[in-house]
Design a protein around this ligand. Sequence first.
Ligand code: GLU
Length: 326
Amino acid sequence: MKKAFVIGVALLFGFALFMGAAPTTVQAKTTFITIGTGGITGVYYPTGGAIAKIVNKKRKEYGIRCTVESTGGSVFNVNAVMSGDLEFGVVQSDRQYQATKGIANWKDKGPQKDLRAVFSIHPENVDLITAVDANINSIQDLKGKRVSIGNIGSGFRKNAIDALKANGINFEKDFHAESLKAAEQPGMIQDGRIDAAFYTVGHPSGYYKEATAGKRKVKFIPITNIDSLLAKYPYYAKSVTRIELYPGAANDKDIPTFGVKATFVTSIKVPENVVYAITKEVFENFEDFKKLHPAYGGLTKKSMLEGLSAPIHPGAMKYYKEVGLK
Ligand code: GLU
């Protein structure tokens, strides 16, 4: 009886040691981090992949293992980074601004004090596409149509609502609004389930290649009358979508619109050495990074420090100071 008890305790003790020791050894060797992106036909998803590729090359040196997750977009990513479900996220510059100030989607929660900027990436345009047979030639013509303005967790939903408002259109009254995820929209246009869809994304994107390659012809609609938006919101700028990127679209001219920037964010709770390593690897391999997506064509190291409104994470700042970028 006594002997059995001693053996039992010894076994338990051994088991506890085993359980306790195993994870610590693994943790000491590898830090797992996940980047939240967007739909797989957007540019955030390959952007997460590009960052992960560069960081994972130095896995042995830094002990960081980086993975990428497809998500609902900017708003989802900010919230997931704040709750600690994700370590990093790609987020529209306007969403970073709103989260930092505690406005728009963060009005009830208040300023997201732990949000930190790492760098910005490619420019993103706010675009509207319609099926040619839906006879829509301007934002005004959306009245009475079926229009997707984007899922709740997306960054682009608010851009769509802002563009509509600037043109005197109320999405709750003037048309049948759908809240589809970006990746679902091109297929829904092809199936005749919706007439038009908004999206905010870098160019070129798989999304617009898909959207303009179907049997049902699709065109871009100019987004005009936006002076009131540009005057009101510091993060919006005029922009143009180049039609040569999408030969399948039924347009013959470039499309005027407005845009924001994609940015890379994290939380103050993510350790300095991790953010430092990622920042350093992306900047030191800048030319290789730029080759990973055609939307990065115009990037410069300096431009990657523009469009940030949250405080810069100390790990990123350490690198910027070292190389004289700050
Ligand atoms: N800007 C989009 C959003 O936050 C995502 C674009 C992308 O995935 O490239 O909703």
